[in-house]
Design a protein around this ligand. Structure first.
Ligand SMILES: [Zn+2]
Length: 85
């Protein structure tokens, strides 16, 4: 799926530029982590459950590391208490 990779890298590079301009360190780290996943071939796969992340989600959030279900579960947990990391 090289077309998908090219598309992902182009979107991520755009996101990286935006993050750099806005000096948003958190967003920058997310985008850089996503580029690492592109390089090792795991980009577009949820880091929690290993399922493919829908393209619509990646289009809206190119640096997304989790599918919608896992992201929502993470955010629900964050609201309940401190992160366990
Ligand atoms: Zn998931």
């Amino acid at each position: 799926m090289e077309e998908t990779d090219d598309w992902a890298v182009a979107d991520l590079e755009t996101a990286l530029d935006v993050a750099e301009v806005s000096r948003d360190a958190g967003e920058l780290a997310e985008v850089e982590a996503a580029l690492v996943r592109v390089a090792d071939g795991t980009y577009g796969t949820c880091v929690e459950c290993g399922e493919p992340i829908p393209h619509a989600r990646l289009a809206a959030s190119p640096s997304a590391a989790r599918c919608i279900a896992c992201q929502e579960r993470l955010e629900a947990g964050a609201r309940r208490g401190p992160p366990t990391l």
